[in-house]
Design a protein. Sequence first.
Length: 390
Amino acid sequence: MNRYERYLSLSAEIIDRYNGTEPFSVFIKKYFALNKKLGSRDRKQISDCCYAYFRSGHLLEKIEMPARVAASLFLCKQTDAQILEYLYPEWHNQLQAGIEEKCAVLGITWVPSMVFPWIDHLSSSINPDAFIKNHFIQPDLFLRIRRGEKERVITKIKEANIPYRILSEDAIVLPNSTKIEDLLSLNREVVVQDFSSQQIAHLFKYLPHQNNYQFKTWDICAASGGKSILLKDYFPNTILTVSDKRDTILRNLKSRFIEAGISYESAYIVDLTKELPPNFKKKNFDLIMADVPCTGSGTWSRTPEWLRYFDLQQMMTYADLQYEIIQTVLPSLKKDGYLLYATCSVFKEENEEQVAKISQYFGLRIVASELFKGYEHKADTMYGALMQKI
């Protein structure tokens, strides 16, 4: 068995062991830790094979393993496919073809629902075919350049001879494998933030606050704090409260805020499925940012294993959780205050239908909403809506 056949065989073995109970990135990291004889080149080839397999969803079910892994690689790769060049030269010669043409080469029919079976649940503004095909492409690395740092950042990137594209005033795209921690000051000069997540700032323009107004904001599911930093860059004087139900997350967030030079008033460990602590009942926030837990279906081009292991019941569970969280926090939003609701989901039940339900039952006015189509930019897809309490 040559090394390329071994890569396919090991990939098939790893895939067979994986059962979807944890992110595949965690699982394969553990596998490599137990198999230290595999060098960095081996790990790269095997990882590529496994992720290509998951990107194909159920499309290639009629092809036996490990040839199915190779066929998945063929669908995903357009260049740099040594395994195919050596073992399947007839496929390698057609790497530049489109998905439909590649399927014809493999003797199968392109059926989008075999990759993403939940088409009927997509938000209405999504182009299903373009969105589903995007799963065969590894997303890019997106950075948000912080205010006043653009010239310095661009200079450093140019001096390092790293290819880049500028998507907007603050958004820059680099190759996914770029080691930016050795090049740029993370959080101080740039923030690692997906392009669609950066575009949530489009909804800030509807907030009636001037930059010097000290309005009170609560980021209720702060996680790594990316959206809090984004808000602070637009409204430096906002008085910021952050919360999450995980202590480790808040510790990391505080360290990140120090790196970013971000000030905040309070940070709390809060489980929003339970009654709020008494101190929160007295707070009247001008803005509540709710990047709520969701299926993450807009990010599955980064985590394609969920194309095989997602159960639609999970979406219903998340939709119930989102509603419960909003119900818990709304008493802390003052009259005429704003709720910024966001998900990284593509499902209408978590997006526009959820916002319609929230606005109807809690007396909120929908000011603006937008679905950020990351599949048009090799990025994640996100949804955001700004509502006002009336």
